[in-house]
Design a protein around this ligand. Structure first.
Ligand code: SF4
Ligand code: SF4
Length: 396
């Protein structure tokens, strides 16, 4: 742990487990945290210096004190990006006015009908789209879409990318994952070749652009094809070494991809960050990360790896740009496993077994005992809906 004190980390702060959406690929909305238990400014003060901080949830803008959280995090972060479902337009705009250098990613799961079907938010697409447009008109630079690709929305991948381009915005992709964080164990891609074909189209669009950043995004999406086929990650996973997640209860974790919550320590209970980060418990979790077989490919764990092992994506970009100049496009069949499925050397069922999908598993939700207690009499949806209504009435 030499030089750990001076080293800046990559951190994700899950400010709440409350969420007002009803996404088909995530059950977090059924398992909210209790507001009074959610990470306090006092705990945030103990976080280390970070070169990048992602603020997420649940839906982070449900927290009425989110601006205070951001103010505190700005004291220790070089860059902050908030991931949101885009529902609380006024709060997002107010945040952007106060912190114009902040990044905002709004999750949009496809074109209008597809998005609204997957996300289950009334007028979700319109609200998200209008919010993004307003942010852009305000002159914000770090604004973009985030899309989680599944069978239902894969055909919308390139059309949505084109919209983001027209609006001069970032376009972040992901695919289905299972974990305690999503309170989900049954997510799976069924038609892998169709989904891969849509990723292939996107990779070629990205490689064809003039932006080096997009060429590296092409590599990330190439890695998503590999992930969808259940293969070994293209880059090592170093979560918990220079990257961490902290949840609403102050539990510090390596990532959000584990089946059950893996806790390195609780920051509410530890006097300092160093005490937690250098503890035996944290070391145990690092050992588990080293032996983890879940092969996630989410930007949170891949982006630090792409920086650390830069030569690998850089070589891929270089060879594919060279190919492009000789009119040879990227093909999903560059991945052996994609050829093997096409050629009948492996079956769909065999690939299903390589995924993290477990139809018999009851997903652990990672909630505190008090948060679980409140679910005995009411559903998570009822609790959060009442909570939001109260917030809105207060405002009027
Ligand atoms: S994916 Fe995000 S917006 Fe959708 S239910 Fe889960 S936490 Fe909420
Ligand atoms: S592969 Fe990495 S990000 Fe995924 S669960 Fe394992 S340790 Fe976490």
């Amino acid at each position: 742990m030499k030089n750990m004190k001076e080293k800046k980390l990559n951190g994700t702060v899950i400010v709440t487990y409350r969420c007002n959406a009803r996404c088909t690929m995530c059950n977090r909305y059924k398992c909210p945290s209790k507001p009074e238990e959610e990470i306090s400014i006092e705990t945030i003060k103990k976080l280390p210096k970070m070169y990048f901080t992602n603020i997420t949830g649940g839906e982070p803008f449900i927290r009425e004190d989110l601006q205070d959280v951001v103010e505190e995090l700005y004291k220790k972060s070089d860059r902050i990006v908030i991931s949101t479902n885009g529902f609380f337009t006024d709060r997002i705009i107010a945040m952007a006015k106060r912190f114009p250098n902040i990044g905002i990613r709004i999750s949009i799961e496809g074109l209008e009908d597809t998005n609204n079907e997957i996300r289950g938010l009334k007028d979700g697409y319109k609200r998200g789209y209008e919010t993004l447009k307003k942010l852009k008109e305000m002159g914000m630079k770090d604004v973009g879409f985030g899309m989680t690709v599944q069978d239902k929305n894969a055909p919308d991948l390139v059309p949505l990318y084109n919209i983001s381009n027209e609006m001069d915005m970032e376009f972040a992709t992901a695919s289905l994952h299972n974990s305690f964080y999503f309170v989900e164990a049954k997510n799976i891609i069924h038609d892998r070749p169709m989904v891969a074909q849509n990723f292939e189209n996107l990779v070629n669009e990205l490689l064809n652009s003039k932006s080096p950043k997009k060429w590296f995004r092409a590599y990330f999406n190439h890695g998503l094809i590999n992930y969808v086929y259940g293969q070994k990650r293209l880059l090592p996973c170093d979560m918990a070494f220079d990257t961490f997640f902290i949840d609403p209860y102050g539990d510090v974790m390596p990532c959000n991809g584990t089946k059950d919550k893996e806790v390195m320590g609780n920051l509410n209970e530890c006097a300092t960050w160093e005490e937690l980060w250098n503890s035996a418990q944290a070391e145990e979790v690092r050992f588990k990360v080293r032996h983890c077989d879940r092969q996630c490919w989410m930007i949170g764990s891949v982006s630090p790896a792409m920086h650390k092992y830069i030569w690998k994506p850089a070589w891929w970009v270089l060879t594919h740009k060279l190919k492009f100049w000789t009119n040879k496009k990227y093909s999903m069949y560059e991945n052996k496993i994609v050829r093997d499925l096409r050629d009948g050397k492996v079956t769909k069922e065999e690939l299903d077994k390589c995924s993290t999908c477990d139809m018999n598993c009851v997903a652990n939700n990672g909630l505190s005992e008090a948060s679980k207690e409140q679910l005995k009499n009411k559903s998570g949806e009822e609790i959060v809906d009442a909570d939001i209504e109260k917030q809105m009435n207060k405002k009027d």
